[in-house]
Design a protein around this ligand. Structure first.
Ligand SMILES: C[S@@+](CC[C@H](N)C(=O)[O-])C[C@H]1O[C@@H](n2cnc3c(N)ncnc32)[C@H](O)[C@@H]1O
Length: 454
């Protein structure tokens, strides 16, 4: 066993062959897989071994002996460390190629019946791939007597102050920076568990891409009236903030952002996002895609691939605020939008009403349970857009009972997509897979697969 001859701290040379699911480079040392953060395919890197497992080793780069021509200098190492912007070391066009490779590698790994690579289309990228994030969720810490927003380093507890990530909308960055100063001014500091002092755990800021309306949500350890003073001042500085909430928690350790104990402390309960000419009314907790520009492309592509007919009855599963239902409602007879989260369901119902859409029924339920209880004989098409965990076999078993003619599967995780496709391919043929860059400069890969009943 070659790994028995290796030790942590050893220095070896590795030629990087491909990219892994987290954007790391993967090469081989005497047939043993080596995972190296920030190494790119075709690079020869000298690495120090940091971890050894039975079938793989992990290493960190000491020197890059042969560079990939598309490598860029890392301008923001802090963001890189916390995964907020961790593909900044590659030119954007090359990152699109590599992210398609991540999808191909996952499919190659998990799908037994081959999907010809020609069916996996080139990745659709963004024209302006920075400043795309319409929402940020940041914990706050007191560092050297000052409040700092930030993120935790990948796989650890180290807190890295971050208040101007280039992938966030610039106006959100301005709000975060102003808030840090205001919190200091009002002596309203971050909760410190050690001495049980302070109040604030985190903040979530969501900004509508189309209207600019902005919503700020504070998560506090307990009710504290001074948060209204901070909010008042913030709204004065940023008039686009039209909705402010305070959420309360006693869960000191958990990384959460919302709870069921909350109050609205300023303005409206929802902000409006306009997409495809339709208004979505979003509560702080409602799900909405982080990248509004790409979301529009995503939903239009789903609709185009589905090629629906006016008598079709379809399911929009994992519906969130039901944008997919909105995009397809006019093409079909009936849509069932199924979503588990109460606030997203409220947003869906409110938005459908505002947009005068009447042929969509929203069901608040776990999707698998909803399928078991649904009293409908024929479903012509199903749209899936699950969380990163994918569908799983229990859900697929229920789907297979309905045998919809078409499945349009939006995925944000190539690994779970590949496992689900492998199961669905018992009775479905994969017609095409379109990757798209919903999260530029991160290794996350969004895609749409079209499956047709064999
Ligand atoms: C990736 S989001 C997609 C939402 C929507 N399609 C969109 O594009 O905005 C996944 C959604 O699935 C919901 N969800 C998670 N688990 C679920 C389940 N078991 N059944 C139904 N919905 C679920 C989440 O609350 C979330 O709104």
């Amino acid at each position: 066993m070659i790994n028995e001859k290796l030790n942590i701290g050893d220095v070896i040379d590795v030629l990087i062959k491909k990219i892994g699911i987290n954007g790391e480079g993967i090469g081989y040392y005497c047939k043993l897989a080596c995972f190296v953060d920030h190494a790119l395919p075709d690079e020869l890197v000298e690495i120090e071994i940091t971890e050894i497992f039975p079938t793989r080793i992990i290493g960190k780069i000491i020197t890059i002996k042969e560079k990939n021509p598309d490598r860029l200098e890392v301008l923001y190492p802090d963001y890189d460390a916390c995964g907020a912007y961790n593909m900044q070391h590659i030119t954007y066009p090359k990152s699109l190629e590599l992210k398609r490779d991540i999808l191909i590698n996952s499919i190659h790994h998990y799908v037994k019946n081959r999907i010809p690579y020609a069916k996996i289309k080139p990745m659709i990228g963004m024209e302006e791939p920075l400043g795309y994030r319409n929402k940020v969720s940041l914990p706050v810490r007191k560092i050297d007597g000052k409040n700092k927003f930030g993120l935790y380093a990948k796989g650890g507890n180290e807190f890295i102050p971050v208040n101007d990530t280039p992938v966030q909308h610039p106006r959100i960055n301005e709000i975060i920076q102003a808030l840090e100063v205001l919190l200091d001014t009002f002596k309203f500091h971050a909760y410190i568990q050690k001495d049980k002092s302070g109040y604030l755990k985190s903040v979530v800021i969501r900004r509508s891409h189309s209207t600019g309306e902005t919503q700020v949500s504070f998560l506090l350890i307990e009710k504290f009236k001074d948060i209204s003073l901070v909010a008042e001042k913030l709204v004065e500085m940023f008039p686009e903030i039209v909705s402010v909430f305070a959420f309360y928690t006693k869960q000191y350790k958990e990384q959460i952002f919302f709870t069921t104990d909350y109050e609205k402390i300023y303005g409206k309960a929802t902000i409006n996002e306009r997409i495809n000419g339709q208004i979505f009314s979003l509560y702080p907790e409602s799900f909405f895609q982080l990248n509004t520009v790409m979301a529009d492309i995503f939903y239009n592509k789903m609709r185009e691939l589905a090629n629906l007919s006016e008598n079709d009855v379809v399911i929009d599963a994992y519906a969130g605020s039901a944008p997919i239902s909105h995009y397809i409602a006019k093409d079909v007879k009936k849509v069932y939008a199924i979503e588990i989260d109460q606030r997203s369901v409220q947003s869906a119902i409110l938005s459908l009403k505002r947009n005068q859409i009447q042929n969509v029924t929203v069901l608040q339920s776990d999707f698998t349970k909803a399928l078991k209880n649904l009293e409908v004989d024929t479903i012509d098409a199903m749209f899936f857009d699950p969380p990163r965990t994918g569908l799983g076999y229990d859900t697929i078993k229920q789907v297979l009972k309905f045998k919809p003619k078409k499945i349009i599967y939006g995925s944000c995780n190539p690994s779970t997509l590949a496992k689900d496709l492998n199961d669905l391919m018992q009775i479905y043929e994969v017609k095409e897979i379109i990757p798209m860059d919903m999260f530029p400069y991160t290794p996350l890969v969004e895609s749409i697969s079209l499956l047709v009943l064999k």
